[in-house]
Design a protein around this ligand. Structure first.
Ligand code: 13P
Ligand code: SF4
Length: 354
C-alpha cells in the first residue's frame, strides 16, 4: 500500500487511475474514479490533461479508453492477461463470415449491428463500418431502440457478443417477443440456422455469454426467496433470461450500486453480479442485509488479475520513466471503432443515467 501511495504521489497529475467496480478493494483504494464500463469510457474521454491513464479493468475497456483518448495519452493495463472470456467468444473473422452469409441471403442491408462494449476493438470497428453502435449494460435499451428504428420495418439487429444482454433488452425492456430471437452459432454453417429462421428473426443474437453471470441460476433465486424474508433480487443483465425474469431489479454495476444505496435501512438483497462488488457493497452498507445470490459462482478471474503488485509495478515503472503494458489499438481499427463508440455517446438521454 505504502509503495502505491508513494508512486502515485510522485506522479501527481500525470497519471489518472480508472477502476471498474469488479476490481479488488486493494486496487479500488487507488482509483481516481470508479465506474461501470460506460462511465469509465466517458471518464477516459474527459481526461485530456493526464498523459498516462492506468486502467484497472479488463483489456476491452483499456482498448476503448485508448480509442477515446488523445494520441498524446497512453493507456496502461497493469496485467495484459486481464482479458474477458465473453469478448473472446466473437473473433473478427467469425463476425465477418456471419456478415457475408447474411449478405448472400440478401439480409445484411437491412441489418444493424449492436455490439456490447465487452468486445475486441476489431469488432467495434466492424460495427462502425457497418453503421451500427456500441452499447453497454447501462444504455442497451436506448441503443437497441435506435438500431431497430434504423433497421426499419422488417429489419434486423445483429447483437454481439452477449446473447443474454441482447435477449433481455429486447424482451424485457422493449417488450419484444422471444420468438423474434435466434442465436447465431459461429461454429456452425449459417450459424446453425435455417434460411426461414433467419428471414423471420428480428434479433440475431451472437452465441456468447459471460462465464461468471451465466452461472446464476433459477434455483438460486428460488432458494433466496425461500430463505431470506422479504428479499429483493437484483441482477446484472448478463444473467440468463430465466434469471432476469425472476429478479426484482436489473441493471449495470453502477445501477446496482445506486439502487442499493437508495434503499431504506434493513432492506434484504440477494445480488447477482461479480463477487468483489457484492462483498464491497455488504461492507459499505452494513445497515442493509446484502447476500451473494449464488454460493457456487466465483470472482471474475480476469478482473482479479489486476492486483496491488501489478498496480505498484505499473506506477513505479512510470516513476522510473518506463511505460509498461501500453494498450495501443491499430489506427485504422481505432478510427472505425471510434465511429461506433461516438454513435453510442451520441445516443439520446438515457445513456447518461447509469
Ligand atoms: P458494467 O458495464 O455493468 O460495469 O459491466 C461490465 C462487465 O464486464 C459485466 O460483466
Ligand atoms: Fe467479461 Fe464476465 Fe468478467 Fe465481465 S464478468 S469482464 S463479461 S468475464
Amino acid at each position: 500500500m505504502e509503495r502505491a501511495r508513494a508512486a502515485k504521489a510522485a506522479l501527481g497529475d500525470s497519471v489518472f487511475i480508472l477502476g471498474h467496480h469488479y476490481q479488488r478493494d486493494e486496487v479500488i483504494e487507488f482509483a481516481d474514479v470508479t465506474g461501470d464500463s460506460f462511465k469509465l469510457a466517458k471518464e477516459a474521454a474527459a481526461r485530456p490533461a493526464a498523459p498516462f491513464i492506468v486502467f484497472c479493468g479488463v483489456h476491452f475497456m483499456a482498448e476503448s479508453a485508448d480509442i477515446l483518448t488523445a494520441d498524446t495519452q497512453t493507456v496502461i493495463l497493469p496485467d495484459l492477461a486481464a482479458g474477458c472470456s465473453m469478448a473472446d467468444m466473437a473473433a473478427i473473422d467469425q463476425v465477418e463470415d456471419c456478415w457475408d452469409e447474411l449478405a448472400e441471403l440478401g439480409l445484411a442491408q437491412s441489418t444493424v449491428p449492436v455490439t456490447y462494449m465487452n468486445s475486441s476493438a476489431a469488432i467495434k470497428a466492424f460495427t462502425g463500418r457497418r453503421g451500427g453502435t456500441i452499447c453497454t449494460s447501462s444504455n442497451a435499451k436506448t441503443a437497441l431502440s435506435w438500431a431497430l428504428e434504423r433497421a426499419g420495418e422488417g429489419g434486423k439487429v445483429l447483437f454481439l457478443p452477449d446473447q443474454h444482454l441482447g435477449r433481455n433488452t429486447y424482451v424485457n425492456d422493449l417488450r419484444g417477443g422471444l420468438d423474434d430471437c435466434v442465436v447465431w452459432d459461429p461454429h456452425k454453417p449459417m450459424g446453425g440456422l435455417t434460411i426461414d429462421e433467419l428471414r423471420s428473426a428480428t434479433m440475431i443474437l451472437w452465441r456468447g455469454h459471460c462465464s461468471v453471470h451465466g452461472r446464476f441460476s433459477v434455483e438460486a433465486v428460488q432458494a433466496a426467496r425461500r430463505e431470506i424474508p422479504d428479499v429483493k433480487i437484483i441482477v446484472h443483465p448478463e444473467c440468463r433470461h430465466e434469471v432476469v425474469e425472476l429478479a426484482d431489479e436489473v441493471g449495470s454495476t453502477e445501477r446496482i450500486i445506486k439502487t442499493i444505496a437508495a434503499a431504506p435501512a434493513g432492506t434484504a438483497w440477494a445480488v447477482g453480479t461479480e463477487l468483489n462488488l457484492v462483498s464491497r457493497l455488504a461492507r459499505q452498507f452494513p445497515d442493509q442485509r446484502i447476500a451473494f445470490l449464488e454460493k457456487n459462482v466465483c470472482y471474475c478471474s480476469t478482473m482479479n488479475r489486476i492486483d496491488l503488485p501489478h498496480l505498484v509495478w505499473a506506477l513505479e515503472s512510470l516513476v522510473d520513466g518506463m511505460v509498461v503494458n501500453p494498450i495501443r489499438v491499430d489506427p485504422d481499427v481505432a478510427h472505425h471503432a471510434r465511429v461506433a463508440l461516438d454513435q453510442m455517446l451520441a445516443l439520446p438521454g438515457e445513456t447518461h443515467k447509469d
